[in-house]
Design a protein around this ligand. Structure first.
Ligand code: AMP
Ligand code: ZN
Length: 102
């Protein structure tokens, strides 16, 4: 999707360190961390938000990825967050799950 920051990161049009990747999703460190560790888990497919998800197998796979990422990053305690819609604070209109750990 044009003009989507996360699609541009995936396509290497914007430099960013991808810390995890599988066939469904990838993860990066949040550029403006709101916790000691703040990671974003992002589906490779451009989906605007949770409101546009039809196949919830994607969400299952993203949480499986979260477990792997947490193991890789030595995260044992964390919160997850999905902002859905601009009025709820969603800034990037490409679905993502925040992992926040202090
Ligand atoms: P949300 O408010 O749920 O849409 O979250 C979007 C998140 O993306 C925010 O926490 C931003 O700090 C983060 N973000 C925006 N641009 C980048 C970027 N280039 N690299 C990493 N994180 C970013
Ligand atoms: Zn996108």
């Amino acid at each position: 999707m044009e003009n989507c920051i996360f699609c541009k990161i995936l396509n290497k049009e914007i430099p960013s360190k991808i810390i995890y990747e599988d066939e469904t999703c990838f993860a990066i460190n949040d550029i403006n961390p709101k916790a000691k560790k703040h990671i974003l888990v992002i589906p490779k497919k451009h989906i605007e938000s949770l409101n546009e998800v039809d196949d919830f197998d994607l969400i299952k796979k993203m949480f499986e990825a979260i477990k792997k990422i947490n193991k890789q990053e030595n995260i044992t305690h964390f919160r997850t967050q999905i902002n859905t819609g601009k009025l709820a604070g969603q800034e990037v209109m490409h679905l993502h799950i925040h992992i926040l750990s202090n």
